[in-house]
Design a protein around this ligand. Structure first.
Ligand code: MN
Length: 371
């Protein structure tokens, strides 16, 4: 088993693993203390590997080795340009991309630059805190209260990300600047880890396994035992001894780590990466001018983009349906798993409308018979 490395007062371990079902490992990582980077490539047919490797190589060359948050974000943005350039030169594939979570540590300062749905967590006083905010559809739906984190973990569109390196020259990275303390433990991971394991489980192992390399190994083993549906990449770094040198200047406080979001700009410029994936996977029914319509995709808009597209406008009149069904349509849209399910639902509504009409006709003839 590889031993953890100690470099510049930081003890760390790292590992990337293909997982249980993928044919390629499209994740890449860089662990050159005090710089740590995780990149989760996408693009299919090995193009994701090319994208994440180009991004990592660009960071190795250009990222700062001190707590320069602006510089770190600029380096991530530079990596974005390199992927776009490489695709134009015929390396990899057009449309290839990658996430990136980059961290640089200097003394008690931690800088993070973030794009996509790989994550940085800090274990502080035994509690795991997620530092970064995902650029993903799931993160948005959770924030809007539409789904829970548990539902997001099994959602068909869970891997849809809204910002990535490789497709938009104007793309920018979110920056975080964080106060860290002796004993804090940093975790960087791709979604192959946090998609398989709950934060509670991750926190448990982060507390339990002291050696950072063994901890990284354990987390990967756990993600694999929970299915290993994606490539898994983990970096664990212990911020151990910097304060031994600088102890005089540091007050021993046990307050919570303060997470300062320097410039987490939530405005989306790049558009929805892979919106086609959503459109192909979900469907819903809704009332439109009194009639039932079928839509592909998800209801609503996301950063100004329609997430759905009309598939069919039926002649089923909502007022012909049972009152309880009418209530459903009044409450909003009726979400189904896919288009097939939407068509089946529409067939049921047709039948329901027919039955209601027949019943009403019967009642009417009974009433007129009474006259
Ligand atoms: Mn992934």
């Amino acid at each position: 088993m590889p031993k953890s490395k100690i470099d510049q007062d930081i003890r760390y371990g790292c590992r990337t693993d293909i997982g249980q079902v993928r044919e390629h490992n499209e994740d890449s990582l860089l662990a050159e203390s005090p710089l740590f980077v995780v990149a989760d490539g996408m693009g299919g047919h090995a193009a994701g590997e090319v994208a994440s490797e180009i991004a990592i190589e660009s960071m190795r060359k250009n990222a700062p080795r001190e707590a320069d948050c602006e510089g770190l974000a600029k380096a991530v943005e530079g990596a974005n340009q390199e992927i776009i350039k490489a695709a134009l030169e015929g390396k990899g594939k057009e449309g290839m991309g990658t996430t990136m979570t980059a961290a640089v540590i200097e003394g008690n300062r931690l800088c993070i630059a973030q794009v996509g749905d790989s994550r940085a967590y800090l274990l502080h006083n035994g509690r795991l805190q997620q530092i970064t905010r995902d650029h993903s559809l799931m993160a948005d739906l959770i924030e809007q209260g539409q789904i829970t984190p548990a539902e997001a973990r099994v959602h068909p569109n869970r891997s849809l990300i809204t910002r990535a390196l490789g497709n938009d020259p104007e793309m920018f990275a979110d920056q975080y600047e964080i106060d860290i303390e002796e004993g804090d433990r940093l975790l960087l991971c791709s979604d192959g880890l946090c998609g398989m394991l709950t934060d509670d489980i991750i926190e448990g192992w982060m507390n339990k396994v002291q050696d950072p390399q063994e901890c990284a190994n354990k987390l990967i083993e756990q993600a694999n035992s929970f299915g290993g549906l994606d490539n898994i990449t983990v970096i664990v770094a212990d911020l151990n001894s910097f304060s031994a040198k600088k102890k005089k200047g540091i007050k021993k406080s046990r307050r919570n780590a303060i997470i300062v979001v320097v410039a987490a700009v939530a405005i989306l410029i790049g558009g929805v990466v892979g919106a086609g994936a959503i459109i192909n996977n979900s469907a819903y029914l809704c009332e439109e001018e009194g009639y039932v319509s079928i839509y592909k995709g998800l209801p609503g808009t996301f950063a100004g983009f329609d997430l759905s597209q009309k598939e069919y406008g039926s002649d089923v009149w909502v007022k012909d349906l049972r009152e309880s069904t009418q209530e459903h349509f009044k409450d909003g849209v009726i979400r189904v798993d896919n288009l097939d399910a939407a068509w089946r639902a529409l067939d049921n509504y047709k039948q329901e409308a027919q039955e209601q009409k027949e019943q009403n006709a019967k009642k009417q003839s009974l009433n007129s018979g009474k006259k």
